[in-house]
Design a protein around this ligand. Structure first.
Ligand code: PEP
Ligand code: MG
Length: 591
């Protein structure tokens, strides 16, 4: 420990910035674990009492979640309240309740212990699956279970984040924050949060972004390094939590914050502007979403529709949501909310790092090269057709497009279109309306498809380049493996060349080509993409205005020359340096 008259040294903890922004405040530790309660053996005569305690706790929890849902609906908005519907489904899961009752009956133990054991077993099997989306689902289950245990322990006791002193503005540090904690955070008092667990695609991260709370997740051993009451600075842009920031650091960040405020003010003026280069070349700038809850943010940022709706998140979340009707409802909601713009719905892309329920038991040796995307959909036509019919049904209510992921050969595209046509005939016969001219697109994200892009272009209405996978498969670099992350290079000349060639093939066939992978939102890449004549860029909500501004500073013809020049180079670093040079010259304020 430092002497009392000596300032502790500044410590910088690095994680993943999932919600941008900068804040300084004192640190508060929070979060309650899902801890094992004491096991109490019970005499057979009191089994009925324990069952009654369980049912009372479940009822109380249901009331609390419903109340919370109502309160959030009124204060924060219906979009955020939806998470509690998922919680109610978890709470009322009949098979879990039956198993807990059976455990009380057969093992003769108290209700909290029986409940904990059943849920923990369930969570354990979910955690063993290396699938970030299922891990997030585990967080929801833990969230609900924590409430039930609390109600068993203290019927009628207090709810909310335990032991939190919010008398002064704070930055929270926790092992993890569950979505229902995040959504009720008092934004006046909680200026940011940092966690040990979490990922950019977690519900919590998504909510932090829409609530505009700077957040950093995945800080290794965070709780071992922090003390309550310590002054901290959170930098959600760069994924940093700075303990005991020096005066110089605070000053540096104040300047940054001021610059950021000025920049955002300037960028906000572009909300309703067209996206065009300085010489008038229009580009459609749309957004990527995983949940319809993101639509208000996307719209507030001035997106021209959604260019990629990744439906597997919604689909993997809840079994109940998989019916054709539920899907149609969800897609219709997106289509109507986005009018006059449209939504491009990508059919299920399970597999790879997004495990498909059928594969839990039999993991594949190389999941990214295995049963993924369109391969799964074509092998399960009844599931695929339910989704296609749902998409078609939504197309009667707004501008809807559909695109197929992970196409490696033309037969897969033809198979998908054949099933789509079958769905159209079925809906027609049933007198259910849909848009017969709904646009059909191919995601080009595998080199074999990129190399025969002309053949694909002849059979679809548009291309959407999935650069995340295109980079992975072109360079043989696993996109989720940290060890080879340095080789994951968007400016690799092979990638740049493929992107250009895919767009050229689309244009030869008079169809449009967009990009929906992360490079679309990377303003260092913008000159190359504009040079390649891209027609649409689909990006994360936070990138929309930045990309719009970057595009407006570029001249289309100069970008073409720039791309030619870049393609004479043989290494990613040189192309990257060229891009950086252009960005520094044309839009230094965005860097
Ligand atoms: C991509 O591969 O670039 C893409 C947009 O799809 P996903 O990231 O969901 O694989
Ligand atoms: Mg992909």
């Amino acid at each position: 420990m430092a002497d009392t008259d000596q300032r502790p040294e500044e410590i910088r903890l690095r994680g993943i910035g999932v919600s941008p922004g900068i804040a300084t405040a004192v640190l508060q530790l929070t979060g309650e674990g899902f801890e094992e309660p004491e096991t109490r053996p019970i005499p057979r005569a009191t089994v009925a009492v324990e069952k009654e305690r369980l049912l009372t706790a479940l009822t109380r929890t249901r009331e609390q979640i419903t109340e919370l849902r109502k309160a959030i609906d009124q204060t924060v908005g219906a979009d955020h309240a939806g998470i509690f519907d998922a919680h109610l489904l978890v709470l009322d899961d009949a098979s879990v309740i039956e198993e807990v009752v059976r455990t009380i009956d057969t093992q003769l133990i108290n209700a909290e212990s029986a409940y904990y054991r059943v849920i923990d077993r369930y969570l354990e099997s979910l955690r063993r699956i290396a699938d970030p989306y299922l891990r997030e689902r585990a967080i929801d289950i833990e969230d609900v279970a924590r409430r039930v245990l609390k109600n068993l322990r203290w019927p009628g006791g207090p709810q909310g984040l335990r032991g939190l002193d919010l008398s002064q503005p704070s930055i929270l540090a926790a092992h993890d924050l569950v979505p229902s904690d995040t959504v009720v955070l008092d934004r006046e008092r909680v200026l940011g949060f940092a966690t040990e667990a979490g990922s950019p695609t977690s519900h919590t991260a998504i909510m932090a972004r829409s609530l505009n709370i700077p957040a950093v997740v995945a800080i290794h051993d965070l709780l071992e390094q922090v003390h309550p009451g310590a002054p901290v600075l959170i930098d959600g842009y760069h994924g940093l939590l700075i303990l005991y920031p020096t005066e110089a650091t605070v000053e540096e960040y104040q300047t940054l914050k001021k610059r950021e405020r000025q920049l955002l003010k300037k960028l906000n003026k572009l909300r309703d502007a067209e996206t065009a280069t300085s010489d008038g070349r229009r580009i459609t700038l749309s957004a990527n979403i995983e949940f319809v809850e993101e639509l208000p943010v996307v719209k507030s940022q001035g997106a021209e529709g959604v260019g990629l709706y990744r439906t597997e998140f919604f689909y993997l979340n809840e079994q109940e949501l998989r019916s054709e009707d539920k899907q149609a409802e969800n897609y219709t909601l997106a289509a109507t909310a986005l009018a006059p713009h449209g939504v491009i719905i990508r059919t299920l892309d399970v597999g790879g790092d997004k495990l498909w329920p059928e594969r839990y038991e039999e993991p594949e040796p190389n999941p990214f090269l295995g049963w993924r995307g369109i391969r799964v959909s074509l092998a399960r036509p009844e599931i695929f057709k339910a989704q296609l019919r749902a998409i078609l049904r939504a197309s009667a209510h707004g501008e809807v497009g559909v695109m197929f992921p992970f196409l490696s050969c033309i037969e897969e595209l033809r198979g998908a279109i054949r099933l789509l046509d079958e769905c159209k005939v079925e809906l027609d016969r049933a007198g259910i309306p849909f848009d017969p001219d709904l646009e059909v697109g191919a995601m080009i994200e595998i080199p074999s498809a990129a190399l025969i892009a002309d053949a694909f272009a002849a059979e679809v209405d548009f291309f959407s380049i999935g650069s995340n996978d295109l980079i992975q498969y072109t360079t043989a670099v696993d996109r989720v493996n940290e060890r080879v992350a340095n080789l994951y290079q968007p400016t690799h000349p092979a990638v740049v060349r493929l992107v250009r060639d895919i767009i050229d093939a689309a244009h030869r066939h008079q169809i449009w080509a967009g990009i929906c992978g992360e490079i679309a939102g990377d303003i260092l890449m913008t000159p190359l993409l504009v040079g390649a004549q891209v027609d649409e860029l689909s990006v994360g909500a936070a990138q929309i205005l930045r990309v719009r501004r970057a595009v407006s500073q570029l001249d289309g013809n100069l970008c073409r020359d720039f791309l030619d020049e870049a393609l004479k180079l043989s290494d990613a670093a040189s192309i990257h340096a060229l891009c950086r040079g252009i960005a520094e010259e044309k839009y230094p304020e965005l860097l």
